[in-house]
Structures are given as C-alpha cells and as structure tokens.
Design a protein around this ligand. Structure first.
Ligand SMILES: Nc1nc2c(ncn2[C@@H]2O[C@H](COP(=O)(O)OP(=O)(O)O)[C@@H](O)[C@H]2O)c(=O)[nH]1
Ligand SMILES: [Mg+2]
Length: 329
C-alpha cells in the first residue's frame, strides 16, 4: 500500500436556522406582540490536531464532511439550537489548502491545534427583533445564512523520501555521504545529532531526499534516550532502508535487525505501510563465505525482504542500490 500523504475533501458547514415569525397568543388578548425567536447558528467544520495520528490514511474513502444545520427559531422567543460542529482529526504537520486557489489556510501543529475550515451560517432573526415604535406587529423575519462549501487539499509534509534505520555504527552516515550531497558526521556518538541529517540524491529525472536519522537504542518506543524522536522522524518518510553492520557475528546481526523492527512494532504509529529494504554494510571487511552465510540467514528468516550488500568505503553495491531506489520512488 502506498504511503498516504495527500487527501482531497469537500467540507460543508451547517446552514443557519431560520428566524421565526410568530405572535403571542393568550386568552382574552386578541392581539399579542411578536415573539418569533432567532434561528440557531450552523455548525463549523474544524480541523483538529490528534497526536495519535501520523498519516492521512483515516480520510481515505471519505470525501464529504458536513456539519449540522442550526435549528429554526420558534414562538415564545425560543432561539433555535445551534448545529453541532464537525471535527476532522489530523496529524501534526498537516497543511490545509483551499483546493481551487492553492491558498494555504493553515498548518495543524501541536501549538496550532484547531483551524475552522468552513464557518457555520449565522442564524436568521425572529420577528420579535423587528418590533419598533412604528411597527408593533412586524411579520418580517430573516432566513439563516447559507452553509459554506469548500474544496480542501490536505498534505502531510514528509521529511524525506527515504529514512535510514540502523543501530549506531551500522554505517548510516557513511552511506548518506557517499550517495548524496550530505556531509554527515561519521563515527559520531549515537545521540549527538538531534534532528535528521538530510541529503539529496539526483539523476536526470528524479531527486530523492534521504534522511540519516539519529541512532536508535533498545527501549526507544518507551521513550528512552532520543530514540523516540527518531521514530517520529522515521514515520514521516516514504521508505525505510535498514542498515545492519555485516562485520557482526550472524546471530548478533539478526538481533540488531530485530531490535529495531521491534521498536517500530511497539511504537504507537503504524509502520506497516512503509516498505523496508535491508543493507548489509561494510562488505569490504567481510570474507566472501561469511557474507553469503549472513545473506542466507536473513533470507531464510525474512523471505520477502530485499537485501543489498554494500560497502560505502569501496563503493561496492552502491550503484545498484541507487538504481533500485530511483525505480522504487
Ligand atoms: N570498512 C568500512 N567501514 C565502514 C563502512 N561504512 C562505515 N564504516 C565505518 O563504521 C563506523 C561507523 O560508521 P557511521 O557511518 O558513522 O555509522 P552510523 O552510526 O550508522 O552513522 C565508522 O568508523 C565508519 O568509517 C564501510 O563500508 N566499510
Ligand atoms: Mg551517524
């Protein structure tokens, strides 16, 4: 399934309720005054931040979002009830655009929690409002304001096309430096980089952005270290390249891979939409026999996982990896 980062929807606010035209009726009073109440306001359509979301996938298949209309006013100066607002839950970083003009209406963030994207119609006025010294029995009332219908484009900004996963020392910085224009620090400590380091890889047709994400440690999904930030960043990429240090013993390499996959599984966001490939790194340091054993071990355990052996020091396997990434994205 494709990673879903764009959605087009139509939002319709509630129409305002009509004002009421009515006169007081009491026994023995032939001509009571006007007592028609105002109509209620129509509901707004409101975009609201939901920290538990991180894609627009929940909007898939739903096109029209309507808030409730306001109720009409009634006699005895009763105001009509307001229509209920309709909330659309969106992940952090969602940009909200007017689809026709492309105008940016706003961005949903954890600070900017709510944006009214279609305002409900005002309620109409009841005839009681039109009473004056010259007109004691007006019949006049006004209708509620029409609803507001808008086409909206939602876009969740991705930080990069490809995210690099891997334990500290797996070779992420070295790889991104080799295949992109990035100058990521090599051999730096696991948690010295806070944000993701971005690099761009180009060919004649395409530009792919790659994020070297700060290292991960076991327990990141429970908020240990800075790993949790890493996971959030990892979510906002289309594709994940998982690097495992090929100089590790085979059983240890399998555990390294599992450690990270387990963190992804346990995190509250669903990573199952993001394709994953495995890179066995540092092939220049690995005996041929050991390399074929390690590849076999991963193939047996993960038959559907594409595996690329690479050396970012010697450039081995990198042209092939780049080519496949360009095809994929
Ligand atoms: N021989 C060899 N060493 C590598 C290769 N890739 C990375 N290294 C070394 O492995 C260490 C960790 O690399 P780095 O890219 O910083 O890993 P990161 O923590 O995943 O970003 C550094 O000393 C690199 O020079 C490779 O392909 N071959
Ligand atoms: Mg690094």
């Amino acid at each position: 399934m494709a990673f879903f980062d764009e959605a087009r929807i139509t939002v319709i606010s509630g129409k305002g309720g009509n004002g009421c035209s009515s006169f007081r009726r009491e026994k023995y009073i032939p001509k009571g005054g006007p007592d028609g109440g105002d109509g209620g306001k129509g509901g707004d359509v409101i975009a609201i931040h939901d920290k538990n979301l991180n894609s627009l996938i929940n909007l898939k298949g739903k096109k029209i979002f309507s808030a409730q209309a306001g109720k009409a006013g009634s006699g005895k100066n009763m105001k009509g009830e307001s229509g209920e607002d309709l909330m659309i839950s969106l992940p952090n970083g969602t940009l909200v655009y007017a689809d026709k003009t492309g105008e940016l209406i706003g961005e949903i963030t954890d600070i900017n929690e709510k944006i009214v994207i279609a305002k409900g119609g005002k309620g109409g006025l009841g005839n009681a409002r039109f009473k004056s010294s010259t007109n004691q029995s007006p019949r006049k009332f006004t209708e509620g304001e029409e609803s507001d219908k808008r086409d909206i484009m939602l876009e969740l900004r991705l930080i990069a096309d490809v995210g690099l996963l891997g334990l500290p020392n797996a070779g992420k910085s070295t790889l991104i430096n080799y295949i992109t224009n990035s100058k990521s620090k090599i051999g730096s400590y696991a948690f010295t980089t806070l944000g993701p380091e971005l690099g761009v890889m180009e060919n004649d047709e395409k530009k792919i952005t790659i994020a070297d994400l700060p290292g991960i440690i076991s327990g990141a999904s429970e908020g240990q270290g800075l790993g949790i930030k890493f996971l959030k960043h990892a979510y906002r990429t289309r594709f994940l390249l998982h690097l495992v240090d090929g100089t590790e013993a085979i059983d240890k390499a399998l555990i390294s891979f599992d450690t990270i996959e387990k963190e992804l599984d346990e995190f509250h966001l669903d990573f199952s939409n993001q394709k994953r490939w495995l890179c066995i790194t540092k092939t220049d340091l690995i005996e041929e026999e050991k390399l074929s054993d390690i590849l076999k071990a991963f193939q047996v355990k993960f038959p559907d996982l594409p595996i690329y052996p690479i050396s970012s020091l010697k450039g081995e396997g990198l042209e092939n990896l780049k080519e496949e990434l360009f095809k994929q994205i």
